[in-house]
Design a protein around this ligand. Structure first.
Ligand SMILES: Nc1ncnc2c1ncn2[C@@H]1O[C@H](COP(=O)(O)OP(=O)(O)OP(=O)(O)O)[C@@H](O)[C@H]1O
Ligand SMILES: [Mg+2]
Length: 357
């Protein structure tokens, strides 16, 4: 291509009149059709150069050390890192950096079925959201029932168990209460088995997937689990910071406590930091002697490990019949008031950690 065509092309791109172009005489310009001439550079003796060398364009060793303890070297140049620095420059409050894992992961568990895990997971999620946390209600149970405790505009069929799903955030739905919900999903038997195999093969699967969600640092995840031993319970206990054991005031629930204690020990033993374990006594009926007595025995045996008690309250099961949680369905009901009281205790238990983030 000739130089003049090159020039008129450039003027076309950037605007201007090619006639106004003036070429500056340069001795060292050489065109492609001119033969290259190798000229030996003149090496005249010069005084040693004392100017400091230019810094390399990207010297990783010389990169600024992160000023924020929570900020890794690779985060320094991230969009969040920039936002934080801009905010500091402008004297604003620094936005909280996203934590790799949320601050609190509460696994709601039991050895015996039907004790109220799903009901309490949903209601605690709503209560904690009202108390100012960002809450993710996470259904790790193939029953896929957690969603029935939230008012949703449409039933959710997809969820976390779909193996094709790369980003769990895509399947989260926001409920009226503000709680983010991740359903298990209405998957085929084949998909369920595939998912469970993945959980068996990758013991840190849940931890990795939760970390990849980049939930806000002060968030709380309520993990609903199926009863008894399962791959789901094992995954939940490998990542939970808090384990909430739900039990009833009947003989079957009483004797099942040793089973869940054993499972917690087995599944959480490989962890460096053991989760905090507390107990919730659900469906207490003060009008029944056995209920009162078993509650008393629990109190004697478990003491301060008991988070609280929730009364037997018909409004709680009626709420479920209306696809709703008890706090929204019957806010002044005894069950709702008990749940709110327990959630305040739960919040106090992890307030110190959340503030430290
Ligand atoms: N405090 C309560 N008062 C009255 N009914 C309750 C209470 N807690 C839970 N229920 C009812 O008990 C039933 C079982 O509750 P839920 O499904 O939450 O138990 P679960 O432990 O999750 O069961 P599963 O082990 O099958 O997952 C539901 O009908 C629910 O409405
Ligand atoms: Mg359940």
């Amino acid at each position: 291509m000739s130089v003049s065509r090159d020039i008129s092309g450039l003027f076309k791109w950037f605007g201007g009149a090619p006639e106004s172009y003036q070429e500056m005489p340069r001795d060292d310009i050489r065109f492609a059709d001119e033969p290259a001439q190798f000229v030996e550079p003149v090496r005249s003796p010069v005084a040693p150069d004392t100017t400091p060398p230019l810094p390399p364009l990207c010297n990783l060793a010389a990169m600024p050390a992160p000023s924020n303890a929570g900020e890794g070297a690779s985060d320094v140049w991230s969009a969040q890192g920039l936002q934080g620095r801009l905010a500091r420059l402008r004297g604003e409050a620094t936005p909280q950096p996203s934590a790799a894992v949320p601050s609190r992961i509460v696994a709601v568990v039991s050895a015996k079925g039907g004790v109220g895990k799903t009901t309490l997971s949903a209601n605690f999620a709503v209560a904690l959201q009202r108390q100012g946390h960002s809450v993710l209600a996470f259904d790790l149970d193939p029953q896929n029932a957690l969603q029935h405790h939230f008012k949703l505009t449409q039933a959710m069929t997809s969820g976390l168990a779909e193996s094709s799903l790369r980003d769990w955030r895509e399947r989260c739905v926001s409920s009226e209460s503000g709680v983010l919900l991740l359903p298990y999903g209405d998957v085929s038997e084949e998909q369920r088995l595939q998912f469970e195999q993945q959980l068996i093969d990758e013991p840190d699967y849940l931890a990795r997937r939760l970390a990849a969600m980049h939930l806000p640092s002060a968030s709380v995840v309520m993990l609903d689990t199926p009863p008894g031993p399962s791959v789901y319970l094992r995954q939940a206990l490998s990542v939970a910071t808090d384990v909430l054991v739900v039990t009833l005031t009947d003989a079957a629930s009483y004797t099942a406590l040793s089973k869940i204690e054993g499972l917690i020990k087995t599944y959480a033993q490989a962890r460096q930091q053991a989760p905090d374990v507390s107990f919730l006594i659900n469906q207490v009926d003060e009008s029944r002697q056995l209920s009162r007595e078993i509650k008393q025995i629990y109190q004697e045996l478990l003491g301060t490990q008991i988070l609280g008690t929730v009364s037997q309250d018909e409004a709680i099961s009626h709420a479920l019949a209306c696809n709703c949680n008890a706090l929204e369905y019957a806010p002044d009901g005894v069950g709702s008031q008990d749940i709110l009281g327990c959630s305040r205790v739960l919040q106090r238990r992890f307030a110190a950690t959340l503030q430290a983030v």
